[in-house]
Design a protein around this ligand. Structure first.
Ligand code: ADP
Ligand code: MG
Length: 353
C-alpha cells in the first residue's frame, strides 16, 4: 500500500533505533492527569488514585491479522488502538494509556512507519488516550504490532463475563456483520485488481462496510451512557470474533443458557443488500463474521425501561438456566443450538495447512 503512494523513502538505518523512536513519538505529549511519566524513561508511571487499573494486550501479525495490500498503514495504526480500547470498554472501564511495540523489517521505509503512527496518534487523540511507551525492534520478514492498553474504573463498576443471571436481557450496541462484509468486498476487489490492474472499482455503495472493516470505532460511549442511564450491566464482552462466539463466552462464564432471537439481530441495510449480492445469509454473517467491536452485555429485566428505545442498544434475547442450553430462535420460530464459528486466525491457519 505504501510502495506506490510514497514519494520519499528514508531507510530505517538512516535514523537508527533511538532516532526512529524519537521521530515516531515526538507528537505524543501526555494529556491525562493519570499519566505521571510517559515516553522517555525506563518505564512509564501512572496514578489511578482510588480507581482499579485494567490491562489488556493484543498482537497483530502481518499476513495473519492484516494484509497491507488493502489495509493502509494509517488505518492499521488506528485499528490496532481500537482493538485494545474495545477490550477496556468491555470491562465497563475508561481506556487511558497504551504502549505500542513494533517489529519491522527494512522493507518498510521511515515514511511507512510515520503513516502507522499517524493512525495511532489520530486514534489516541479522538479516544483521549496517552501513548506512554513501547519497544522497537527489527524483524526478518513482516510487520508485527503489539499494543497494550491500560484503563481505569471504580471497582464496583467493572463488568466481567461471569455475572449474567437467568432471565437477564441480552443487549448489543450498534449493528453487526458490516466489518466482515467489508473484508469480503476488499478481497473481491483485490482479485479483480490482480486480473486487471486498470480496473477502476466503484466502491461507493460499500462505504459503510469498508469503513467498518478499515476504520472500526470502539464503543467508548457505552460505559458512560450506561452510567447515565443508571444501568450496571451484569456481564459484558466485546464482539471481536462474531456474535455467537461471544454469546457462548458469556453463557459459559456465567453458567447460563440463552435464547437469542434471529429477528432482533441489528443489521445495517448495507449488510442486508451485500449479503443478497453475495448470496449468503445475513444472520450467519452477524453470528460468525467478527471484528464488529460492538459491546454485548446483559442487564437485569428491572433495567429494561431504562434502555428501551435507546438507538445505541438492541435487546436480542435473554439468558436462561444453564440446563436449558444455548439456542437461536429463528424467524420461523424454530429453536436451533447456537454454535461458535467465530473468525479465528488460528483455525484459519489450521485449515490451510
Ligand atoms: P529500553 O532500552 O529501556 O527498552 P527504549 O530505548 O526501547 O528503552 O525506549 C525508550 C523510550 O521510548 C521508552 O519510554 C519506551 O517505552 C519508548 N518507546 C520505544 N519504542 C517505542 C515505540 N515503538 N512506540 C512508542 N514508544 C516507544
Ligand atoms: Mg526497548
Amino acid at each position: 500500500m505504501f510502495d506506490n503512494s510514497q514519494e520519499t523513502k528514508t531507510n530505517l538505518s538512516e535514523l537508527g533505533e533511538f532516532g526512529l523512536i524519537d521521530h515516531l513519538t515526538k507528537n505524543f505529549a501526555p494529556k491525562l492527569e493519570s499519566t505521571k511519566k510517559a515516553i522517555g524513561d525506563d518505564a512509564a508511571v501512572l496514578d489511578f488514585e482510588d480507581m482499579q487499573c485494567i490491562v489488556t494486550t493484543d498482537l497483530l501479525v502481518e499476513g495473519v491479522h492484516f494484509d497491507l495490500s488493502y489495509m493502509p498503514l494509517k488505518h492499521l495504526g488506528y485499528k490496532a488502538v481500537m482493538v485494545n480500547a474495545s477490550d477496556i470498554y468491555a470491562m465497563n472501564g475508561k481506556a487511558t494509556q497504551i504502549t505500542v511495540s513494533i517489529a519491522v523489517s527494512n522493507r518498510f521505509p521511515v515514511e511507512a512507519l510515520e503513516e502507522l503512527y499517524a493512525g495511532i496518534q489520530l486514534a489516541s487523540q479522538i479516544y483521549n488516550i496517552d501513548v506512554v511507551g513501547g519497544d522497537t525492534t527489527s524483524s526478518t520478514s513482516g510487520l508485527v504490532i503489539s499494543i497494550t492498553a491500560l484503563g481505569q474504573a471504580k471497582a464496583e463498576n467493572i463488568t466481567y463475563r461471569n455475572g449474567a443471571k437467568p432471565n437477564d436481557l441480552l443487549v448489543v450496541s450498534g449493528d453487526l456483520g458490516a466489518a466482515y462484509m467489508g473484508l469480503q468486498i476488499l478481497e473481491r476487489e483485490k482479485q479483480v485488481f490482480k486480473a486487471n490492474p486498470n480496473a477502476q472499482p466503484d466502491l461507493d455503495q460499500y462505504t459503510y462496510l469498508i469503513e467498518r472493516q478499515l476504520k472500526p470505532e470502539a464503543r467508548k460511549d457505552i460505559p458512560p451512557l450506561l452510567k447515565e442511564l443508571d444501568v450496571k450491566p451484569t456481564s459484558m464482552i466485546d464482539i471481536s470474533d462474531g456474535l455467537s462466539s461471544e454469546v457462548i463466552h458469556l453463557c459459559k462464564n456465567s453458567k447460563t443458557g440463552v435464547n437469542l432471537f434471529e429477528e432482533k439481530i441489528p443489521l445495517n441495510p448495507a449488510v442486508i443488500s451485500v449479503c443478497e449480492e453475495f448470496d449468503i445469509d445475513s444472520t450467519t454473517i452477524a453470528l460468525s463474521g467478527g471484528e464488529d467491536y460492538e459491546l454485548l452485555f446483559t442487564i437485569s429485566q428491572d433495567d429494561h425501561d431504562k434502555i428501551k428505545g435507546n438507538p445505541n442498544m438492541t435487546v436480542i434475547g435473554h439468558m436462561t438456566e444453564e440446563n436449558e442450553g444455548m439456542h437461536l430462535i429463528t424467524r420461523a420460530n424454530t429453536k436451533i443450538p447456537l454454535i461458535a464459528r467465530g473468525w479465528n486466525s488460528m483455525e484459519k491457519e489450521e485449515e490451510e495447512d
